[in-house]
Design a protein. Structure first.
Length: 281
């Protein structure tokens, strides 16, 4: 197992933490392990004010158990969460994983992005806008500035696609939300994402609970309907019970909660299976 952190933009504290299986041993060929592996970029939630630990490490560990290499993106928050910054961070993460696929043991055609709550907005913003000229131009400008400052992590990234091969949106913020009205940093450039869905969006797995008190469940339903209308494969689940911020819906991510909703516990194993079904391997 390998774990390391790459600094992507030090001025905004943007990092990408990789948690990956070791490459196949030359002493054991053919390898009994899957190679190359699918990858998942994880965007924790936190209302663009913090990054939730419960939606970071436990999630990476859970997907590792399903054979994924995991990458935790700590994207721009607070005063840095302006305009296209979080979307740039997400695009850069996907490009970086593809650029380093061989050394990471990643299948370049199986790179998903997962986001929780505000992190779901980051992930869905990339899924709906990855091909936008404004985003691509902003990426080029930022990478050039970072190169001038001596940051090497962004070198050569524009040669690789930022389009995720799948989106997993977990109780994602997909439109305007009263709980964020008082944050001076918002709105972002793209807040409501329903009208931004196009046939170019990747296949998507969308879930939320009917009792979510922070993000209206109707947002997930509306986003899923928009994807379906555009012919994009989508699987949508609205589980009956559970508060906002359940993460993996397991005790390891919910030490402060004693009663975890049984139905919602199905989302993570189902999403892992759905990803493999969608990709055919």
């Amino acid at each position: 197992m390998r774990s390391f952190t790459v600094t992507m933009n030090p001025s905004r504290d943007v990092t990408l933490e990789a948690v990956c299986f070791d490459l196949p041993s030359p002493d054991e060929q053919p390898t009994p392990l899957e190679h190359p592996r699918p990858a998942i970029v994880i965007c924790p939630g936190g209302g663009y004010q913090m990054l939730s630990q419960r939606e970071a490490d436990p999630v990476a560990a859970a997907y590792l158990a399903y054979g994924f290499n995991a990458f935790i993106l700590r994207y721009s928050i607070r005063k840095h969460a302006r305009g296209l910054n979080p979307a740039i961070d997400a695009a850069r993460a996907v490009r970086w994983v593809r650029a380093h696929a061989d050394e990471l043991g990643v299948d370049q055609g199986r790179v998903a992005i997962l986001g929780f709550s505000a992190g779901g907005h980051v992930a869905a913003q990339l899924a709906t806008h990855w091909q936008d000229e404004a985003l691509i131009a902003a990426e080029r400008s930022e990478y050039a500035g970072l190169r001038f400052l001596g940051v090497q992590a962004n070198e050569g990234l524009m040669e690789h696609s930022s389009r995720p091969d799948a989106l997993v949106a977990a109780y994602a913020l997909l439109g305007a939300c009263p709980s964020l009205d008082d944050l001076p940093e918002l709105p972002l450039t793209h807040m409501d994402l329903y009208d931004d869905v196009s046939p170019d969006c990747p296949p998507s797995f969308v879930w939320i609970t009917a009792e979510d008190e922070m993000v209206p469940p109707a947002q997930s339903a509306r986003f899923a309907a928009a994807l379906e209308a555009q012919g994009v494969p989508v699987e949508h689940h609205e589980y009956p019970h559970g508060v906002h911020g359940l993460s993996t819906v397991t005790p390891v991510a919910n030490a402060d909660r004693s009663d975890l909703p049984e139905e919602a516990q199905a989302w993570l194993p189902r999403s892992a299976a759905w990803l493999r079904e969608t990709w055919g391997r």
